[in-house]
Write a protein that binds this ligand. Structure first.
Ligand code: RAT
Ligand code: ZN
Length: 394
């Protein structure tokens, strides 16, 4: 029998290791109102909006979005936290946040929570949340095509070493440069300009499950050459079906199973590029892990969005550990609201350490007892070092 304390030892060490959060929608303080934080933002997370509209079929998407933010939060609080047990992962996340901020999640009222946040400044809350969640660096998602964000880039951007930049391509590839030119040359030079301005740690795109190699001209002829020139990884987030129910707006996207042979063709053609890839369909995650065994320039990362649920994270992390050892990036938070870091990393640290401990238990049965130093080294790779090395940042 393996020693029963392996899980506790691994979890305890996981709590001490700082996290490098590879993909979030958080922003540095200079982005002002784009920095979402506080209880009303926590409650109006699009994951919870979808769950609210499910249990309140009498409310249409248009009704919901016509309400003020505080009315939206009021209604979600009542339907998902007062009238129902918070069983779903997104609900449980709110409970974890409230608990870790020092409140009794069963007894606290929404007004008490609001009063708590009213007494804080965004800057002090950033410091506090990073400290509670044990996150040292977060990677933003930066889009020069977003008019509010663009205004900051055109004047007022102040680099913050805790918030790294990423050039997000969804809008750029869909709409072209500032003049609407979508030619390969125009995109290539636009990327060059924004890479110089933003100094991103990678460039990124989300793609539908119908994405094909043959149609990916801009990726192959503009994006990947620019990535090579600037020595930047290219992140592909594959399998999102945007707007399957448009009336839900930001909460209306779905998931689809992609044909990953399309990715294989891209990898074969671009051995000199680095790829960070995550997939939305659970089944695709397995194929991706197999592919990563064939292409060392492919780094699987995270359990994205609809697979960011404990049962699926456990399964994906198990087969990644079994096929790739510790040479992958098990998780990113995808936090949209600052306090999401608290629950996403609390839950992820627990699951990742438990899956890793299972591998140690298997080793123990074969007569190999891991030391605390080995556990620390493995977790450092998984929680920050693999990402830092792949991106070339420290
Ligand atoms: O997980 C999410 O919050 C999604 O809405 C998306 O942000 C997705 O992660 C993306 O970056 O497109
Ligand atoms: Zn995201």
């Amino acid at each position: 029998m393996p020693p029963s304390n392996l899980r506790e030892r691994t979890y305890k060490i996981a709590c001490e290791i700082p996290v490098f959060d590879l993909h979030t929608h958080l922003v540095a303080p200079c982005f002002g109102t784009l920095n979402l934080w506080g209880i009303d933002e926590i409650l109006t997370y699009h994951y919870l909006i979808a769950e609210f509209l499910r249990v309140r079929p009498d409310v249409s998407g248009d009704d919901f979005y016509s309400w003020s933010k505080s009315k939206q939060a009021d209604e979600i609080w009542v339907a998902l936290f007062v009238e129902r047990t918070p069983v779903s992962e997104a609900q449980a996340g709110v409970v974890t946040i409230i608990h870790q901020l020092g409140f009794d999640p069963e007894a606290v009222t929404l007004e008490e929570l609001r009063a708590h946040f009213r007494g804080l400044t965004p800057e002090e809350q950033i410091d506090r949340v990073l400290q509670i969640s044990g996150v040292s660096k977060v990677v933003m998602t930066n889009d020069p095509k977003d008019p509010v964000e663009r205004a900051i880039w055109d004047g007022g951007y102040v680099a913050d070493p805790r918030f790294l930049t990423v050039l997000r391509l969804d809008q750029i590839l869909a709409t072209g440069n500032d003049q609407g030119d979508r030619s390969v040359e125009a995109i290539r030079s636009y990327l060059g300009v924004w890479i110089e301005r933003m100094k991103p740690v990678y460039v990124a795109i989300s793609l539908p499950e119908t994405w094909t190699f043959a149609e990916a001209t801009l990726i192959r002829e503009a994006v990947l050459p620019a990535c090579r020139e600037h020595d930047l990884p290219f992140a592909m987030m594959i399998g999102v079906r945007r707007g399957v129910n448009p009336s839900l707006r930001g909460a209306g996207d779905g998931s689809g199973l992609a044909d990953l042979t399309q990715l294989e063709l891209l990898l074969q053609e671009h051995l000199a590029n680095k790829f960070l890839v995550t997939t939305l369909a659970k089944e695709n995650a397995h194929t991706l892990a197999v592919m990563a065994r064939k292409f060392s320039n492919l780094m699987p990362f995270g359990c994205w969005w609809f697979v960011n649920n404990p049962s699926i994270i456990a399964e994906i992390t198990d087969f990644r550990l079994e096929m790739l050892g510790t040479s992958f990036i098990p998780q990113h938070s995808d936090a949209r609201v600052l306090e999401h870091l608290i629950y996403k990393w609390d839950h992820s640290r627990r699951i990742i350490s438990k899956r890793l401990a299972k591998r140690y238990e298997a080793l123990d049965i074969s007569g190999y007892a891991v030391t605390d130093d080995q556990i620390r080294d493995d977790l450092a790779r998984l929680l920050h070092r693999n990402a830092e090395e792949f991106l070339g940042v420290s």
